[in-house]
Design a protein around this ligand. Sequence first.
Ligand code: ATP
Length: 324
Amino acid sequence: MKRIAILTSGGDAPGMNAAVRAAVRCGIDRGMEVYGIQRGYEGLLDGEISKMEWHSVGDILQRGGTILRTARSSRFMEDEWVQHGAEILKTFGIEGLIVIGGDGSYRGGRELAKKGITVMGVPGTIDNDLAYTDFTIGFDTAVNTVLGLISNIRDTSSSHERTTIIEVMGRKCGDLALFAGLAGGADVILVPEVKTDINEVCRKVLQGQASGKVHSIIVMAEGADFSLTELQATLEEMTGRETRSVVPGYIQRGGSPTSQDRLLASQTAAKAVELLYNDSDSKAVGSICGEIVAMDLDKAIETKGEFRKDLYDLAEVLGKGVID
Ligand code: ATP
């Protein structure tokens, strides 16, 4: 394969730029021509495609976001537009496409693959909701961002003897809440994967208070069982302690990528280029137990996630209020 393209799609994630950089440079190093597509599938349909050079991706490794920009394209959800996208790629002589994004972007890629384009999925999302890979690009940075917020909130929560609920992103995946909550010493972690009764949350906070905790931190995933306002009001009523809530929102998406995300991005993008160079079928590239792996794109999309119950159970033990 001589001519390939790259796009970033769905929510932006720190480390996407590192993946773009690696894909461009590894492609050029193998003697391929590499094209960049602006604004994901939306830009593809508008023909926003240009050739990238070694220096086009200079000084971006450390930057969050994506220099290719990203978008959600409703047009691309329709078959005739997917066909149009495939035809545009063929007009440019592009045979292989690297899609850096989440599961929706992979589904779009799968549709393109049906039209004769070889698609390599590179996992770029802070949600860590692609089950075929242990980690997605951007997740580690987001965990560290939330961790910083928990640390700051801990200071003010303990000074004012408050309960604070932090609602974090992740869509239907609780990993961001789980990893940041465990690392940040949250008293309670609420995730969509574990059904929780609101009274049980109150009981845990009350037990913490009885054991002498002057404040409580609850990390709640956005997909958890109840709403932030419902939980806040119930906690305040049942515990008698002032309860505040914080929604960091898009702050979690930004920032310079951590070394872990830069390494994952560089390695997975390099693998995607290698696969295209070797005329492989469409695949999704990821990391399992530290090894870079490639799986059939369709199989990767259909892989069901296994929740890290071991980490959840550990967080429960470490966060509970115990009376000595
Ligand atoms: P994130 O996890 O960060 O939200 P994502 O890749 O899952 O990223 P989506 O908005 O779900 O983000 O998908 C990105 C784009 O992929 C959509 O806007 C759409 O253009 C395309 N897409 C998603 N599903 C399909 C599908 N079934 N067929 C064609 N295109 C799709």
